[in-house]
Design a protein around this ligand. Structure first.
Ligand code: AMP
Ligand code: ZN
Length: 485
């Protein structure tokens, strides 16, 4: 099915077509591993996960999903320094080698991140690569050099800055985010990785080494520039190295539109002469009880905080799926308990499909239901509307009235849907039932109907046809069981 997505670049919903045949190349800005990820971060990763699953299952594409690990930036460096209260005994001893400390520190939070997303129903096997920024330093230096050589960056005191005023003569700066240049002062430099749009300035590509901080040797235009990459540069270099330019989709939270993604576009074009991607997709914010999360408001939660309150991670996943990624998601403890009820309601329905005592004669148009759900997902990942279709079905149909063929098809559908939603359990012992050939199930259904109308001759004929296909049929009260011969 064709997928459409809201593209932050055109600010419209567009029909999605990958650049290379059936393959989608997708890059997601990953975690900055300086602490446990909070549930706002998790929303961004769950959005990217939903997107790659819909592309695979609904769009029938093969997806190459890359998510970077920011293991060097202002925050990771500061937090891994001697004396930081974020250093834990499990990380080992701190040494006088800042790079070693940074590595031990960030690996600890990287492992925690993988553990957390796995609990949230993200399958790390779906991610082709989780590149660590520190493993792509030569590519970052190469990009810095290219931008300088092309005339869009300059060196100042060993650091390298992107020249925004010069770039604006060539291309738009402000493609994702309308920027007001009224207060822009050309040549003013910004060293911090994160800054506000009011502070628009020449942003840093490469930062000169500071005492007791990690650095790499780098000589540029005959000038000694030993130091480390700026955050924006990291993504530009890694995505090109791993996916090639331009790729298909870049994801991230809405807060990354400026400056991070705007700077990525400028860097890629100024250095490689290519746009990073054709689709920019951003998730909206997560609020807690109607407010922005902040430690001072005491409403700041990591996934672990919620698990400690005995909340099931899959209820968190399900509650986020119940809202569209493009609208603000208000996390409340009430919404979690409603999500749990709704998830369990569907879970019970799935279990009931395996109950032999609950089989009737009604043939349900499962193909239509599947299509209705997929249409909603294909329309800019409208998961709440897709779930509404599912609930409308569950609330009006009981398994007891469905014939076995419809039930088998529904099991197949739920297995497929779970490849997208990933919040249910499809009974493992049913695997064999699911793989029953449809024609055998239909013959068994016909035999059941004949038996119930007491036409035992016809029922016997169907039994012979079933066994000629390699299956035996065992009668139960008002249903049947099939077994491979
Ligand atoms: P970081 O680890 O800070 O680099 O952020 C990882 C991802 O989380 C980015 O895509 C951010 O845009 C996203 N993010 C951060 N805070 C929120 C929030 N409150 N709601 C939704 N997404 C967020
Ligand atoms: Zn990024």
């Amino acid at each position: 099915m064709k997928i459409s997505l809201y593209n932050s670049l055109s600010k419209k919903i567009e029909s999605f077509n990958p650049l290379l045949g059936n393959q989608v190349r997708m890059y997601s800005c990953g975690p900055t591993v300086y602490n446990y990820a909070h549930i706002g971060n998790m929303r961004a990763f769950l959005f990217a996960d939903l997107l790659q699953r819909v592309l695979r299952v609904v769009g029938n594409y093969s997806v190459r999903w890359v998510m970077n690990i920011t293991n060097i930036d202002d925050k990771t460096i500061k937090s891994s320094k001697i004396g930081s209260d974020l250093w834990k005994p499990e990380m080992g001893e701190q040494t006088d080698n800042p790079l070693q400390n940074l590595s031990k520190f960030t690996l600890f939070y990287e492992d925690a991140f993988i553990e957390d997303i796995t609990k949230l129903g993200i399958n790390p096997k779906h991610i082709e690569s989780l590149p660590r920024a520190t493993e792509f330093i030569p590519q970052m230096q190469d990009l810095t050099r290219r931008i300088v050589e092309n005339g869009y960056a300059y060196i100042s005191d060993g650091s390298v800055y992107f020249n925004v005023a010069e770039w604006r003569k060539k291309d738009v700066y402000g493609k994702l985010f309308k920027i007001d240049f009224e207060n822009f002062r050309p040549g003013v430099r910004m060293d911090a990785d994160q800054y506000q749009r009011e502070d628009i300035s020449d942003f840093v590509l490469w930062k000169v080494a500071k005492p007791n901080e990690p650095f790499w040797k780098f000589e540029l235009s005959g000038v000694k520039c030993d130091g480390r990459p700026g955050w924006h540069l990291e993504c530009s270099a890694m995505e090109r190295e791993l996916l090639g330019l331009p790729f298909d989709i870049h994801t991230g939270g809405i807060d990354l539109k400026f400056p991070h993604h705007e700077d990525e576009i400028a860097q890629s074009k100024a250095g490689y002469g290519n746009d990073p991607t054709t689709f920019w997709c951003h998730n909206e914010f997560l609020f807690v009880e109607g407010e922005k999360m902040s430690k001072s408001k005491n409403n700041f939660y990591t996934l672990r905080d919620l698990l400690d309150k005995n909340i099931d991670a899959l209820d968190i996943r399900f509650s986020m799926l119940s809202a569209h990624y493009g609208s603000v998601f208000n996390f409340t403890f009430n919404s979690i308990s409603s999500a749990r009820k709704a998830r369990m309601r569907i879970q019970e329905f799935i279990y009931s499909l395996f109950d032999d005592n609950k089989t009737g004669k009604r043939k349900y148009d499962v193909e239509k239901l599947r299509n209705d759900i997929f249409v909603e997902l294909a329309n800019d990942l409208h998961s709440p509307k897709a779930l509404a279709q599912l609930f409308a079905f569950i609330n009006t149909v009981s398994t007891g009235e469905l014939d076995l063929n419809s039930k088998t098809k529904l099991i197949v559908l739920f297995t497929e849907l779970n490849d997208i939603f990933s919040v249910w359990e499809i009974k493992p012992e049913t695997k064999e039932d699911i793989s029953l050939p449809e024609e055998v199930v239909i013959l068994a259904q016909k035999r059941l109907e004949a038996r119930l109308s007491k036409d035992f001759k016809l029922a016997d004929e169907f039994r012979q046809q079933i066994s000629s296909k390699g299956y035996s049929v065992k009668d139960t009260k008002d249903s049947f069981e099939l077994e491979k011969l």
